[in-house]
Design a protein. Structure first.
Length: 122
């Protein structure tokens, strides 16, 4: 597994964690302490901000999980990938986007720049 694959895997583990304990562990494993996350709906820094953003997504979309959409593409310390928010009940995916992450020297994510490609009602 490459450093890029590992970072993307840990990213989705964090975004799919549902208990507070699992979320705390997954965020710490995936992101540096001062990691930033910016998309059209959020601009947060640090583990607490990331955990709150992830929890908010689960509250807004209960019964959904984040899944990769296509392959990731990475070079140096940068990785880009697409994702979908998929219903575990019927497989619908009302939300989709793409993210660009930068990695710290230890392989954890230092920043995320997110883009929303498909949103309900847009």
């Amino acid at each position: 597994m490459t450093v890029h694959e590992d970072a993307v895997r840990r990213y989705f583990t964090a975004w799919n964690a549902t208990t507070p304990e699992d979320l705390e562990k997954a965020v710490a494993a995936a992101f540096t302490e001062e990691a930033t996350y910016t998309d059209p709906l959020a601009d947060v820094r640090g583990h607490d901000g990331l955990a709150a953003t992830i929890s908010g997504a689960h509250q807004q979309f209960p019964g959904f999980e984040f899944r990769p959409a296509g392959a990731h593409d990475g070079h140096h310390d940068i990785v880009r990938f697409g994702w979908e928010l998929v219903s575990t009940t019927d497989g619908s995916a009302p939300v989709a986007g793409s993210d660009v992450i930068t990695l710290a020297d230890d392989g954890r994510i230092a920043s995320v720049s997110g883009f929303l490609d498909r949103v309900p009602g847009a």
